[in-house]
Write a protein that binds this ligand. Structure first.
Ligand code: GLC
Length: 799
C-alpha cells in the first residue's frame, strides 16, 4: 500500500498521520500531525459531509446552497477504532479513515467498495491570494460512469471529460465548450450498479476531472475556500438525486400558467407590435400563456423604468393582455446605469449598495445601458432593497413574472467577460473577493428578485427565470440555457442540457426554442418545438436580428406542427403539473435520462437522446434534417407507441418511423395519462371531464394525478386533490382502483376514460361492485367510457 507521506505529486501537500480524534454527537474530528483537521458529519444514514482545514481551525460555516430545512437525522451511528483505521458506520454505509494519511474509503454494508480516495485530500498553498487551492482525488474503476454537473453542453455521461465551473456569459457557445452559465458542482457516479453522489459545495472556480488526465482517477479542486463535500449514497440514482435536491432545496409550485407556452423575442416593441403578436396567437389558435418584454421596454435600459414612447401606459396594456389570457414577463438585469438623474442609481449610491473594488472605487463595467454599477446581492440589506423595487412592476402594473439576465455577472468589452477578481462582496457577513462570490452572484440576484415578486404577487405565486445559477438556485427560480444557436447541433445540446439540469436538482429549465442566435429553418424550428413542449420550461426566444421566430414566421406545415405539439402540451398540463408536484415534494427530477430510469440496464449508461418525461412518457427527439424516423433505445418494460397505439417490448434498440408531424413518443404500459382539453391559455375553459388515457398492461401499475387551484397557496393548507390509481390487467379483466387525498374539489365531475390496448371485448362494467349499463356502441367505435369521478373501483371484464 502506498501512503501519502511517500508521495510527491506536483509539489502538493498532504495530511500526515492522525494523532487525535473526537466524537461529538453527529460529528467526528480527526487531527493530523501537520495540523490538518477533517470533520466528518453524519447528516443522514446515506448523507455524510467531509470538511477539511489546514489552518488548525475551521472558518465560519456558511453555505448559500444548502437549504436550512433539509432533512436531518440518522438511525444508526457507530464510531470505532481498528488497528489501521477509524470506522464510522451508519445503517447504510461504513466509512474508513486511514490513520497513516487520513485517506478515506466508503463501503456499503456488504463490504462493496463505493468510493475510495486515490491521493485523497491535498492542497497547494496560494501565496498570492492566501489560503489554499484545495484538491481531492478518488480512485475510479473501469466501467464507472459519471453524470450531473448542471448545464454542461457535452454527452450525458461525463467519463473522460474535464469540466470547469465558472459562471460565464457564453454567447453562441459550442458543443463541449466550457465554462457555461451555471455552476452545479454535483455529480453522480455509477459503478457496479451502485450510485453515489458528490456535492462539492465551494463557490470558487472549480474543476472536475472524470478520468481525463489519468485513466483511473477522478478529481475535483477549487481555487480557494474549503475542501467541503457531501457524499450521498444511493445505491439507486433516484435516491442520490432526491437526497441532493433535498439538501439544496426544492422550489414551491409555480403558477400553472408558467407551465404553458411562452413567447419571447429581443424585443417586442412598441405596444402595437406586442399586441399583434398576442392577437396572432389567438387567431391561429396556438395556445400561449406568457409574453416577454426584453430590454427595449426600458428607458435607456434603466431597470424599473419604461420607455413611454413605446409603452405609454404599461398598466393598461398589461391589463388588456391579461384579459386575453396573456401574462407579461419583463427582463431585469443587474447593471444599474450610472446616471445622476436616475432614481434607482441615486438610491443605491446613497445606501452604499454597489460592489466596490479592493481599493475603494465602485466596480464599474459596461453592459446594455453603458457604464454601470452593480448591486452587491450577497448583502442581505441589498437583497431586501432590491425586492422592494418590484412593488410598482408587480402590484401596480400587473407584471406576472421577472426574467433575470446577465447575472454571471456579465461585463462587455473586457477579456474576462466579468468583474475583476479584486471586487469585494459582503457574502452575508463573510466578506470576500469576487473570486469567491462570482459563482453565487446570479443566484443571489434571482433570490432577491424572487422575494420581491413573491411579496407583491401574493396571494398569487411568483414566477422568476434566471440565466446564471449556482446549486440551490432552484429554491427561487426557473432557468434557461442561455444564448444558443439555431443549428441542429444545438438541438442536441438543448436536449442534453435540460436532462442534465433535471438530475442536477434544477429541473424547471428549458432552452430558447428555435435557437437564440441565427435563423432556424422551418424544419429545425418544428423539430425544436416538438422537443421543447416536453421541457419543463417551454419558451421560444430569439435575438430578433435575423427576422422573426414566431410560429407564423414559417410555412403552414410548421404552423400546424407547432399548434399540434403546443396543444399536446396543454392537454398534458395535469400530467406536467403532477410531475412538478413530485419534484417539489420529493425532489424527483421531472425529466429522467434513461440511465436514471434504469441504471441496472447497462445499455442506458451512454444514451443521450431518449428520456422519460415524468414517469410514464418516453420521448426521443428527431435531431437530424430530412428524417423519416430514427433508431432509438426503448428501456426495459412494455410501451405503447403514442401515435399508433402499437405495443413494443423494450430492452432493445429499434427503428421508429415518424412523419414530419411526429417524434417518437411512447407511453408505459399500465399508465393512466390525465389530459385537459386544449385551451388557448391556462384557465380559459371550464370543463366537466378529466380525460384518462388508460394503457392496458397485464400486471399492475400505479399512476398519480395532482391538482389544485392552479395558483395561490391554498395547496399548502391541504387544498389539493391527489388521485392515485392502481391498474391491474388480467387476461379478460381490467381493474382500476382509485384512492383520493386532499381537500380540493376539482371542477369537473366525470372522467372520460380511453381504453387503449385492451386485449378483450368489454362484457361488463362494475363501479364500486355494482354493474352499470354503458354505451356499447361508443365504447366499441370510439374506445371510451364516461364515468362519474366519485368511484373507488372500476372493474371491466371481457368476453
Ligand atoms: C442576453 C440574453 C438574451 C437576451 C439579450 C438581450 O443575450 O441571454 O436572452 O435577449 O441578452 O436582453
Amino acid at each position: 500500500m502506498i501512503t501519502n507521506t511517500e508521495l510527491e505529486y506536483k509539489g502538493d501537500l498532504y495530511p500526515t498521520k492522525i494523532i487525535a480524534f473526537e466524537h461529538e454527537v453527529d460529528s467526528i474530528c480527526f487531527h493530523t500531525d501537520n495540523s490538518v483537521i477533517l470533520k466528518v458529519t453524519v447528516l443522514r444514514d446515506s448523507l455524510i459531509r467531509f470538511r477539511f482545514t489546514t489552518k488548525g481551525y475551521f472558518s465560519n460555516d456558511f453555505s448559500y446552497a444548502v437549504d436550512k430545512s433539509h432533512s436531518h437525522g440518522y438511525n444508526f451511528l457507530e464510531v470505532s477504532e481498528v488497528e489501521d483505521y477509524y470506522q464510522i458506520k451508519t445503517s447504510k454505509v461504513q466509512c474508513r479513515i486511514q490513520k497513516i494519511d487520513m485517506r478515506l474509503s466508503i463501503y456499503d454494508l456488504d463490504e462493496n467498495i463505493i468510493l475510495e480516495d486515490e491521493l485523497g485530500f491535498h492542497w497547494e498553498e496560494s501565496y498570492e491570494y492566501g489560503g489554499n487551492i484545495v484538491k481531492m482525488s478518488k480512485a475510479s474503476k473501469d466501467g464507472e460512469c459519471f453524470y450531473g454537473l448542471g448545464d454542461k453542453a457535452t454527452q450525458l455521461n461525463l467519463k473522460g471529460k474535464r469540466l470547469e465551473n465558472f459562471a460565464t456569459d457564453q454567447y453562441a457557445f459550442q458543443k463541449d465548450q466550457e465554462p457555461l452559465y451555471k455552476v452545479v458542482p454535483f455529480y453522480i457516479g455509477l459503478q457496479n450498479k451502485k450510485s453515489y453522489g458528490i456535492f462539492f459545495d465551494n463557490t470558487f472556480r472549480t474543476y472536475f476531472d472524470f478520468c481525463h488526465e489519468r485513466r483511473n482517477v477522478t478529481s475535483f479542486w477549487a481555487e480557494g475556500g474549503e475542501m467541503n463535500y457531501y457524499f450521498i449514497y444511493g445505491p439507486q440514482m433516484q435516491d442520490v438525486v432526491t437526497t441532493y435536491t433535498d439538501l439544496t432545496g426544492k422550489p414551491e409550485l409555480p403558477p400553472l400558467w408558467a407551465l404553458g407556452y411562452h413567447q419571447c423575442k429581443w424585443s417586442y416593441y412598441p405596444e402595437s407590435n406586442l399586441k399583434e403578436v398576442a392577437a396572432k396567437f389567438r387567431q391561429l389558435k396556438i395556445p400561449c400563456d406568457a409574453l416577454y418584454l426584453d430590454i427595449d421596454y426600458m428607458e435607456g435600459f434603466r431597470c424599473f423604468t419604461w420607455n413611454k414612447d413605446y409603452f405609454p401606459d404599461p398598466k393598461r396594456m398589461v391589463a388588456e393582455l391579461a384579459e386575453d389570457g396573456f401574462k407579461t414577463v419583463v427582463i431585469i438585469d443587474p447593471g444599474i446605469k450610472i446616471d445622476k438623474e436616475y432614481a434607482i442609481y441615486k438610491e443605491a449610491l446613497e445606501k452604499d449598495f454597489f460592489c466596490k473594488r479592493a481599493d475603494g472605487p465602485y466596480m464599474k463595467g459596461k453592459v446594455w445601458p453603458g457604464e454601470c454599477n452593480f448591486p452587491d446581492y450577497t448583502n442581505p440589506a441589498v437583497r431586501e432593497w432590491w425586492a422592494g423595487l418590484f412593488k410598482e412592476l408587480i402590484s401596480e402594473i400587473g407584471v406576472k413574472g421577472v426574467w433575470n439576465d446577465m447575472n454571471e455577472p456579465a461585463v462587455m468589452e473586457v477579456p474576462n467577460k466579468t468583474f475583476p477578481m479584486d471586487v469585494r462582496h459582503d457574502y452575508d457577513g463573510n466578506p470576500c473577493s469576487h473570486r469567491k462570490a462570482h459563482n453565487i452572484y446570479g443566484t443571489q440576484m434571482a433570490r432577491a428578485t424572487y422575494h420581491g415578486v413573491k411579496r407583491f404577487a401574493y396571494p398569487k405565486r411568483p414566477f422568476v427565470i434566471t440565466r446564471s445559477a449556482y446549486a440551490g438556485a432552484q429554491r427561487y427560480t426557473s432557468s434557461w440555457t442561455g444564448d444558443n444557436v439555431a443549428t441542429w447541433e444545438h438541438l442536441w445540446i438543448a436536449n442534453i442540457q435540460v436532462q442534465r439540469m433535471s438530475i442536477s436538482g434544477m429541473g424547471f429549465t428549458g432552452s430558447d426554442i428555435g435557437g437564440f442566435a441565427e435563423q432556424p429553418s422551418g424544419e429545425l424550428y418544428a423539430r425544436w418545438i416538438q422537443l421543447g413542449v416536453f421541457h419543463p420550461f417551454c419558451r421560444t426566444h430569439s435575438s430578433g436580428d435575423h427576422g422573426d421566430q414566431e410560429p407564423w414566421a414559417f410555412d403552414d406545415e410548421v404552423i400546424n406542427i407547432t399548434r399540434k405539439f403546443v396543444n399536446l402540451r396543454y392537454q398534458l398540463l395535469p400530467y406536467l403539473y403532477t410531475m412538478f408536484w413530485q419534484y417539489i415534494e420529493e425532489g424527483i427530477p421531472m425529466l429522467k435520462p434513461l440511465v436514471y430510469y434504469d441504471q441496472d440496464d447497462i445499455q442506458t449508461h451512454y444514451r443521450n437522446d431518449e428520456f422519460v418525461f415524468g414517469n410514464q412518457i418516453l420521448v426521443c427527439p428527431i435531431l437530424e434534417p430530412n428524417s423519416v424516423g430514427r433508431r432509438m433505445y426503448i428501456p426495459r418494460g412494455s410501451w405503447y407507441n403514442y401515435w399508433t397505439n402499437e405495443e413494443v417490448k423494450g430492452g432493445k434498440e429499434i427503428w421508429v418511423d415518424t412523419k414530419f408531424d411526429q417524434i417518437p413518443l411512447f407511453v408505459k404500459a399500465g399508465a393512466i395519462i390525465p389530459k385537459y382539453p386544449v385551451q388557448q391559455y391556462v384557465g380559459e375553459l371550464d370543463f366537466d371531464e378529466l380525460t384518462l388515457d388508460i394503457y392496458y398492461k397485464a400486471g399492475k401499475e400505479k399512476s398519480v394525478v395532482y391538482e389544485d387551484a392552479q395558483d395561490g397557496y391554498d395547496y399548502k393548507k391541504g387544498r389539493y386533490s391527489f388521485l392515485s390509481f392502481q391498474t391491474t390487467g388480467k387476461e379478460k379483466e381490467l381493474i382500476i382502483q382509485l384512492h383520493k387525498e386532499g381537500k380540493y374539489d376539482t371542477n369537473y365531475s366525470k372522467y372520460k376514460i380511453n381504453l387503449i390496448g385492451l386485449p378483450f371485448k368489454v362484457n361488463t362494467i362494475e363501479i364500486d361492485n355494482v354493474e352499470v349499463s354503458f354505451d356499447r356502441n361508443t365504447l366499441e367505435r370510439e374506445g371510451y367510457l364516461i364515468v362519474d369521478k366519485e368511484f373507488t373501483s372500476l372493474h371491466i371484464t371481457g368476453e
